[in-house]
Design a protein around this ligand. Structure first.
Ligand code: SAH
Ligand code: SF4
Length: 418
């Protein structure tokens, strides 16, 4: 959206309180994210620039746009989760007397993607598919984003070619379930290409340094994909494989369609092929009916697998999903106790894994400044952040770095031969 608006002559404001227009792109996955939006919106309405226009779009509006349109009469524009590319046109339609609500589903064109304003000049996200058909019982995404649709391979390859021509080195393919790539395509024309085939085509780009993807659903993660990650030198040695729970009972009620044993089996087999693969996961604590024993099975799985990173959440019901009909029988304090216990265990594992890097050498693609603005930072194949005392002209370069220090989130390195 930022890219489209900049290309239409809009300028970015230094603060949301100085802006003529403030756009909220909303997330509905968890209640906490949703709640924050309303508070922030009220703040901008009261303390923002005189006459500020607020536009509200994304997943929350896709699900409850009509209700919000009635409730927040000071918001002149409500758009959806699949028509963000029309933002400039929608903004033109609003006036003092005209409010707009547009929740239509439309696919954005290649031009929209090519105009994207990106944070990094070397690492780029490329959306290959959108939506989800999996209906995990806790999850609002299938309702908020609609069914699965893939961008055509012609479009994906053209976008990547353009990025590589502009000097990008690393591509991260995006989709709620990348394994479903190709069924069906946005243009309705069937092609004989699936996700592994798409990866192979992208890996042929000679200017590409590294390729990653998120997210792969464990039920669809297979040997073919494991082989590509293990054998193709440009594939990153990192994989996000969200498990959600370590208990088969809970997995079943979550409608995840795999058992703990099947999940662990896939990881064991991948680790046999590629021992240094760095794994990350998502887990939900306090799902309806999660017993103490179920909870301990999740904790036990964290200890067994030893993920590099765990994104751990407390369950919040989302109206309209199947689990919202289950009795939410775990008090919030208990959900938090379980969550915090698991977070402490994961923190320790993350810290231990990071400390194992000290003394090793990693190939790092530097792609920007670090948080202090004084050093530069990049990532290695395991998605570890490595910071170095280099001049800015190292940004965009790949350097073999010897790691001499680190904490859970950041490693510090110097060139291997120094
Ligand atoms: N498509 C991705 C993730 C989508 S949502 C996948 O299938 O893995 C990101 C994460 O949010 C999920 O993996 C899940 O752990 C968490 N999440 C989704 N709905 C939730 C809910 N109702 N309560 C708490 N966490 C939730
Ligand atoms: Fe949600 Fe499940 Fe789809 Fe992921 S796979 S987006 S968790 S429904």
């Amino acid at each position: 959206m930022k890219g489209r608006l900049l290309s239409q002559g809009y300028e970015e404001s230094s603060s949301e309180f100085d802006a003529d227009i403030v756009i909220f792109n909303t997330c509905m996955v968890r209640e906490t994210a949703e709640r924050k939006i309303y508070g922030k919106m009220g703040q901008i309405h009261k303390k923002g620039k005189e006459g500020v226009q607020i536009a509200l779009g994304g997943c929350v509006t896709q699900v409850k746009g009509e209700e919000l349109y009635e409730k927040y009469t000071y918001v002149p524009l409500i758009f959806g989760s699949r028509n963000k590319h029309n933002i400039a046109r929608q903004l033109e339609q609003i006036s003092d007397s005209q409010r707009v609500i547009d929740l239509s589903f439309e696919d954005e064109d290649l031009e929209y993607a090519l105009n994207a304003s990106r944070d990094s000049e070397y690492t780029a996200f490329v959306e290959i598919m959108k939506g989800c058909n999996n209906y995990c019982s806790y999850c609002i995404v299938p309702f908020a984003r609609g069914g699965e649709l893939s961008n055509t391979p012609e479009r994906v390859l053209a976008e990547i070619q353009d990025l590589l021509n502009r000097g990008f080195r690393e591509i991260i393919l995006l989709g709620q379930n990348v394994n479903s790539y190709g069924i069906p395509f946005t243009d309705g024309i069937q092609r004989e290409i699936d996700f592994p085939e798409l990866l192979k085509k992208i890996l042929k780009f000679s200017d590409l340094f590294r390729l990653r993807f998120i997210t792969s659903h464990p039920k669809d993660f297979n040997d073919e994909l494991a082989d590509i990650i293990a054998e193709e030198p440009k594939m990153a040695h990192s994989l996000h494989l969200p498990v959600q729970s370590g208990s088969n009972e809970v997995l079943k009620r979550m409608n995840r369609k795999y058992t703990r044993e099947e999940y662990v089996g896939k990881i064991v087999s991948l680790r046999e092929k590629l021992p240094d693969i760095a794994l990350s996961t998502d887990m939900i604590f306090g799902f309806p009916g999660e017993s103490e024993a179920d909870f301990l099975r999740s904790v036990d799985l964290l200890k067994d697998i030893r993920y590099k990173t765990g994104f751990l959440f407390k369950y919040t019901p989302r109206a309209g999903t199947a689990a919202a009909e289950y009795e939410d029988n775990i008090p919030v304090e208990e959900k938090l106790r379980r969550l915090n216990y698991a977070i402490d265990i994961q923190k320790e594992i993350t810290r231990e894994i990071a400390s194992d890097y000290i003394g090793t050498t990693q190939e790092v693609l530097f792609d920007g400044k670090d948080k202090t603005g004084k050093k530069i930072s990049g990532r290695d194949t395991h998605d570890m952040i490595v910071v170095a005392d280099f001049p800015d002209d190292y940004i965009g370069k790949v350097v073999r770095m010897k790691i001499y220090d680190g904490n859970s989130f950041t490693l510090f390195g110097r060139p291997e031969n120094e």
